[in-house]
Every structure is written in C-alpha cells, then in structure tokens.
Design a protein around this ligand. Sequence first.
Ligand code: GCO
Length: 413
Amino acid sequence: MPEQLTFPKDFLWGTAGAAHQVEGNNINSDSWVLEHVPGSPFVEPSGDACDHYHRYPDDIALIASLGFNTYRFSIEWARIEPEQGEFSIAALEHYRRMLAACHEHGLTPIVTYHHFTSPRWFAAKGGWEVMANAELFARYCEKATAHLGDLIAAACTLNEPNVGILIQQMGFMPSDAKLLNAPFRAAAAKAVGSDTFAAFPHCQQQPARDTFLKAHRLAFDAIKASRGDFPVGMTLAMSDHQAVPGGEAVRDKARHEIDDVFLDVARADDFIGVQTYTRTRYGAEGILPSEAGVELTQMRYEFYPEALEATIRYAASYTGLPVIVTENGIGTEDDTRRIEYVRRALRGVHQCLQDGIEVRGYCYWSIFDNFEWAQGYRPKFGLIAVDRTMQIRTPKPSAKWLGSIAQENALAE
Ligand code: GCO
C-alpha cells in the first residue's frame, strides 16, 4: 500500500493567478504602457491574455470542478481607480461578482490588492519611487475593502515587493543606476505626458522598498479599519538562499536585503505568503551559477522543488507567523516534470506540518498558461492550457492530479 501523507482539516488547496496576467486588455495599467513603448523590455504585449475578465464564471467553475477549494486572484487597481480619486463602482461590482462566484462554487477567495500593476496615472506620479504615494495605495485598499470586504477570506496587500531586489541581485535586471536612464522609461514618461514613469519592478528598488513597506502598513490598517475582519499579510518572492563553504557572509547579507527587511515589517501581520520557485547558491565572491548538467526550467533557473520547505521554515521561524504558500510552481512544456516538482514540494510542506509549523495552504502558480511579464506567453506555468485565439481551456494531467490530492486532502507516496 502506498503511504498517505495527510494534510490538516481545512487545508487550503488552491491555484493562483494575477489580474494583468490573465484578464486581458488592462489598458489603463502601467504595464500596458511599458509593453508598447519603443525599447520595451517585453517580448510581446499582453493583449487579450486569457480573457478571464469576461470568462471568470466558467473559469471559476472549472477550478472548483478540478477539486480545489481555494482561488487566489488579484483585483486590478488600474480598473478600480482609473483616474486619481475616481473610483469605478462598475469595476468593484465586477470583482464582487467574482468573489460571489467563488463562494457559490465552494472556493475560498484569497485576494491580492496589488500584483505588480498600478494605474498609469500612479506611474506618472513617480509610482513606488515616491514615498508620499504610499497613501494613495492605502486609500485604494480602503475603498476596495469597503465594497468587497464581506466576501474576502484572506488578503495579500502587495505581491512580492521584494522581487525587484531579488532579480537585480540575481543579475536578471539592470541595477538602479542603469535603470534610471533606461530609454524605455523616458519613452513611457513621454507616452503619459509626464517627466517620470516608475512601474514596478522596472524602477529604482531602494526607494521603492521603503515606499512598499510604508504602503503595506498603511494598507493593513486601512483594510482592518474598513470591513477587513479577515487575515491580512504580504507575499514575498523567496529563494532558498544556500551558501557553499565560505559563502555564508555573502549569503546572509543578500538574504538580509532580499528577505529580512521585509519579514521584519511582516511580523505585525496575520500571516506571511511564501512564494518560492528555486534556490540561489552563494560563494565567497557572490552568486554561483547552476552546476553543469542540472535541470533548468523554462525560466532558466534550477529545477529545485526542495526550496519550498526551506523557505517556509525560514519565513515561519523568522516571523513566528502562520504561512500560506501563495505561489509555487514551474514553467515547463513537460507536464510530467510539473507533477514531479509539485510532488516533491508537497513532501516538504508536509514535513513542515509534521514539525508543527502552521502552514495553512498551498496555491499552485498558475491556474493558466498566462502572460509571464517581459517573457510574454512562452513560459508555461499553467495547470490549464489556453488556446488564446479561441479561448479554449484544456486542463493538463497535472491539474487533475493536483485536484485529486486536494479532494483526498492527502498525497499518496
Ligand atoms: C512573480 C509573480 C508571478 C509570476 C510567477 C512566475 O513571482 O513574479 O508573482 O506574477 O508570474 O512568479 O514567474
């Protein structure tokens, strides 16, 4: 008989997405501007995406029919506050209907208030580079919570405010100094009739970090003061930072900048959202490349599902908070590797639970093959394939496999 790894009663089994990556035609957002300016770092524009904005009723029914009990999605600030101080009741009503559909189908909705995109007017005001703008985010959170709060089960204020620092350190994005003069930023500013344009994560990370931390605390308070009697936290992009002998000090310094500064502020929250994909190895001279011959994902980072257990342990012991795995997944064309990745990641989650760490749920990233930001539609993270011409959804074997684990609340080993 195979061994059964059982999970706690009420464990959240979900899948995640983000508005801009799936809704389509998010034309009032800063990302849409950046996708279209000369010198854009995006390989293609987001376009119709998965048309989830219109197709959410069927999509939510599909998620539930696969066996999940949770859906994590984001609401889009650029739709809800299309001009500064002008709030769209129609957009808020759209998200109310989405939340209601989740409840009808037995899905616990986890809502992210900001998943990378902001309204273009916000970017034109200097976005996250300007500390005073933190108040604007908190006001949006307060309005959205007043309209939607009674239907929200848990909320993430900001998605991965540390991801820019992480990808800069890993060498995937130019440093602040180079970004400052990036021609595409100047072109974007021109496109919106401003002398500045700061869209996350294509902005200076140090001022953005401080604005994010302030915005998070203001938003937390605004949500709680509105209709927010649900758990609130932030999510972080967490790599398993490993040191080879001699690399400990370099690793600790990097981890301080990437994780600890944020985890310090998260301590006052109700939970911490852990989002993990791989590991980063450090030697005395800095980040080490992957060893020759290791399996890489479509994102060019190492296939290393064990990173999830390590990061859950780190976040939980650092903050003392319950953990929700708000993202974990793999970009691959080979769905059997997805199953293997998730199976090993879930073993790690189970190990944490065995050791008494409060892990409340696991959300696979992502529900659909979707718009992977600058890399466009090439990376395939989805449990569900999407033909974007006809908008046909086809669940992959991994969707059915993970959905049945959710149903059983157990992983057969
Ligand atoms: C992030 C985001 C997602 C990504 C995912 C895959 O981590 O960058 O939360 O929007 O699509 O992580 O790279």
